[in-house]
Ligand binder design. Structure first.
Ligand code: HEC
Ligand code: HEC
Length: 468
């Protein structure tokens, strides 16, 4: 063997060895699958359980982003500035932490379906699993992450030292983060940003609202952006069992509980691959029996009893669990509320959803409708702000004529005002966003049931609604 050949061979062997070491390091840090995040306690599982086992947002990167890009945050602080709730785990409710290659976070149902309230500015916040995430500004969260991915500081030289100040990385982990993971994450986020460009062409959703189905339609299913605005409030997910057989979603798009829940997990898990069906079934079993939140202030029983009579006469047929119209749709022309959400559920979207057939994901029962759902009002107090677009801050406002409802108010506060039966909405400040009812999709007109009742009747009705 010539000397030259020998050298080549030796180098070759060295290279193969090095590659296989790096290769196993790569495999270890990019593809190995740890145990999925599953918890025995049903509530913990709802808050932190995984619905799929596939790579998520790198956990180390997550922990340093607010400190590396503080100027890109809407106000100073950590992830809680987006209304996320951190119970001290190092990551918020609504995320599962597990290792698929690298430790990472993946969102679950509790992100948008767990809320909080305070009985006063100084009281401790109370977490209510299943309640609407009234303080969550999911669009602002996306905007921040995308802005960071485009920032010159989003590079390994900056991010890695910040990560290493908190975590001890092995040498192979460090190499993988520096040369593969962080650059890939940056690139992926910038690609995702292009897929989510439609979001910036819409009125901002603000706190407690999101255009979840345009995200599904455009960013996940790749349908053309039809320019519609589908921004809506997050509804609560409690008492799902009592809704069995009723239509669900603001537009009453389907009446199969399982199909509707699966339709929600599909975009979260970005399709069927890696779906953890048993884990998902445990979440839905929890929601099936989850009781609605109880009003945390005093209720005058006598006043409420009088109010019940008014409720039975004017509201119960559409809103009580035993009402003959509950869980059915009232035409938009009748209820008169903002029509934008209905336009978003286009024929093309329904057809595309119905064409999905990768068991258990199939949605044959979905439909387009011309109206809004007569929703059960369990936990009514915690459903504020009211209507599908969250355009009416308090129950008192909903029982007022359209012209008397606030034209501009502020969403995002967790401080509850029992008198108006809604969250504090007159004060701007960090953690709140302005809601302007003159903007497309934000109209507060319609649903004038009860507005002509006498002041006494309204007072009594309000007291009764607190008992629901
Ligand atoms: C990014 C936020 C977000 C996440 C995460 C999310 N949802 Fe939702 N969900 C919404 C929004 C917004 C609506 C209201 C839109 C509508 O009614 O069509 C909604 C509505 C629903 C409804 C209809 C409720 C009713 O009473 O009409 C169900 C059921 C539901 N979600 C289940 C789930 C489940 C199950 C998960 C987890 C697999 C989940 N959602 C995760 C945002 C979210
Ligand atoms: C004819 C049926 C009908 C009657 C009667 C009716 N509502 Fe409604 N209600 C609806 C519909 C439909 C919606 C959803 C409208 C939307 O979101 O655009 C709704 C929404 C609501 C909401 C908002 C729920 C949420 O989560 O935001 C409240 C609160 C409410 N109604 C209270 C009442 C009260 C109180 C009465 C009696 C004074 C009443 N409704 C009478 C059909 C009705």
């Amino acid at each position: 063997m010539s000397r030259r050949r020998k050298v080549l061979t030796a180098t070759g062997v060295g290279l193969v060895l090095a590659l296989s070491v790096i290769g196993s390091g790569l495999w270890y840090h990019l593809a190995r699958k740890g145990p999925p995040a599953i918890f025995d306690d049903p509530e913990t599982h709802f808050k932190y359980g995984a619905l799929g086992l596939k790579p998520g947002f790198p956990y180390y990167l997550w922990t340093v982003m607010p400190e590396v890009f503080p100027d890109l945050l809407p106000t100073s602080g950590g992830w809680e500035v987006f209304g996320m709730i951190d119970e001290g785990r190092g990551y918020p409710i609504g995320f599962a932490k597990q290792t698929v290659g690298f430790p990472a976070l993946s969102p679950n149902c509790a992100l948008c379906h767990t809320g909080r309230y305070r009985t006063s500015a100084t009281a401790e916040p109370v977490i209510v699993p299943g309640a609407p995430a009234g303080a969550l500004d999911f669009q602002a969260f996306n905007t921040f992450v995308f802005a960071a991915a485009n920032d010159p500081r989003f590079r390994s030289d900056v991010l890695l030292p910040a990560i290493e100040a908190r975590f001890d990385l092995s040498w192979s982990e460090r190499l993988v983060y520096r040369y593969v993971l962080l650059p890939t994450v940056g690139k992926t986020l910038r690609q995702q940003q292009q897929g989510a460009a439609w979001m910036n062409t819409r009125p901002t959703a603000g706190h407690g609202r999101f255009d979840a189905f345009n995200l599904f339609k455009i960013s996940v299913l790749g349908l053309a952006d039809d320019g519609t605005v589908g921004t809506s409030d997050y509804p609560p997910l409690w008492d799902q069992g009592a809704r069995e057989g009723q239509y669900l979603h603001w537009n009453g798009s389907g009446n199969s509980l399982r199909e509707d829940d699966l339709m929600s997990v599909y975009p979260l898990n970005q399709g069927p691959s890696g779906f953890l069906e048993e884990s998902f079934d445990r979440v839905t079993a929890y929601l099936y029996n989850l009781p609605s939140a109880t009003f945390p202030f005093a209720i005058d029983a006598e006043t409420a009893a009088r109010g019940q009579v008014t409720y039975e006469t004017h509201c119960a047929s559409c809103h009580a669990f035993d009402g003959d119209r509950v869980g059915q749709v009232t035409a938009q022309t009748e209820v008169g509320t903002d029509p934008a959400f209905l336009e978003m559920w286009s024929e093309a979207f329904v057809d595309r959803l119905k064409s999905i057939n990768s068991p258990p994901f199939a949605f044959p029962g979905l439909r387009r409708t011309d109206g809004y759902l007569n929703v059960p009002l369990d936990g009514a107090w915690m459903r504020a702000p009211y209507l599908h677009n969250g355009s009416v801050p308090g129950m008192v406002d909903l029982l007022s004529p359209e012209a008397a409802r606030p034209a501009i108010f502020h969403r995002g506060s967790e401080i509850y005002n029992p008198d108006k039966m809604g969250f504090q909405s007159s004060v701007a400040g960090p953690g709140t966003s302005e809601y302007d009812t003159s903007i497309r999709g934000n109209s507060n007109v319609g649903h004038t049931y009860g507005v002509d009742l006498s002041e006494e009747e309204k007072r009594d009705l309000l007291e009764f609604l607190k008992t629901l």
